[in-house]
Design a protein around this ligand. Structure first.
Ligand code: R5P
Length: 323
């Protein structure tokens, strides 16, 4: 598709979750940033206006449901509603980070399944499709009754570690739930695989029970979908060192970094934590131990392919993951 046709048909808008990533995506696509104001009424209700004509356009709304998650989710829902009512031909909700995903099953009596609830809300608000990245669990795609394109950042994070050429590397999942992701990284990096058997004592506390696999005298790459309090990662790293691991690195897609997570990581035995920019890290929360890699190009490529009805899974050819 030529650049003029692209500019005429494709509109990318955003809420307030991640202005840096939004700018980078538009710049990669070489299109103007879509204009929408997302403000507040005096009492706090969200007030949205799309400030350009989007009739008959293919609209993508980029919004991570990161901190503060309820605000960001509501901004997304209202933006989708506004786009639908402004006669967009198709609306795609682009969630680089899909929050509320950890409550994805009834694992205790009388608890909700928020991942399903949020999926319903997005569809009911008027989204035709969803584009997202590294869901907490792949099966969350099935919670949507609209098409979902699920991207993986393994090419970005994995490539960074490929270039480091770490010797005698073992990829470690900090819990059993992350095994599929760790297996993909171990294939990608041609490394062995181990698992931490973690018990979660509370929302803020985890306890390592066992390490399954060989870690002694090996460099370690811990991989996870998100870091919230940092407890899982820091405890796992400590236990791995105790078992004789050499340097411990970590690759985590979504830097939620709640509370004192940054301090915890900075004071931990982790040598380097590499994350993506699906969630922005505020200036006060940066640390020399935390490196941020951009997924803007990956998201922009997927937007282009969806816009021109091309295959999105071909973005992952040879990465060892199934899109
Ligand atoms: C759990 O299943 C997730 O994949 C992460 O391991 C977890 O949510 C990280 O939380 P925290 O950083 O608070 O330990």
């Amino acid at each position: 598709m030529n650049q003029t046709a692209l500019r005429n048909n494709l509109v990318v808008l955003s809420g307030n979750s991640n202005p840096g990533l939004f700018k980078e995506i538009c710049s990669y696509l070489k299109i103007a940033e879509g204009k929408a104001s997302v403000e507040r009424f005096p009492e706090g209700e969200i007030r949205v206006q799309i400030q350009q004509n989007i009739r008959g356009r293919d609209v993508f709304i980029v919004q991570s449901t990161c901190t503060p998650p309820n605000e960001r989710l509501m901004e997304l829902l209202i933006l989708v509603d506004a786009a639908r009512r402004a006669s967009a031909s198709r609306v795609t909700a682009v969630l680089p980070f899909f929050g509320y995903a950890r409550q994805d099953r009834k694992d205790k009596p009388r608890v909700p399944i928020t991942a399903k609830l949020v999926a319903n809300l997005i569809a009911v608000s008027g989204a035709d499709r969803v584009l997202t990245m590294d869901l907490h669990a792949g099966q969350i795609q099935g919670f949507f009754d609209i098409p979902v394109d699920h991207l993986y950042s393994i090419n970005v994070l994995g490539d960074y570690f490929r270039k480091k050429r770490l010797k005698n590397l073992v990829v470690v999942s900090p819990d059993v739930g992350g095994l599929k992701m760790a297996r993909a990284y171990s294939k990608y990096l041609n490394a062995s695989l181990a698992i931490v058997d973690k018990r979660r004592e509370s929302e803020r506390e985890t306890h390592v029970m066992n390490i399954i696999g060989e870690v002694k005298d090996r460099n370690v790459l811990l991989v996870d979908d998100l870091i919230s309090t940092g407890g899982s990662l820091v405890e796992a790293a400590k236990a791995l060192k105790k078992e004789g691991a050499l340097d411990v690195y970590a690759a985590v897609v979504h830097p939620v970094l709640a509370g004192s997570a940054v301090e915890k990581v900075s004071q931990s035995v982790i040598r380097e934590l590499v994350v993506t920019n699906t969630i922005p890290i505020p200036p006060g929360k940066q640390s020399p131990k935390i490196r941020v890699l951009s997924v803007a190009k990956l998201l922009a490529e997927a937007i282009l392919r969806i816009h021109s009805n091309e295959s999105v899974s071909s973005l992952f050819a040879q990465s060892g993951v199934e899109a």
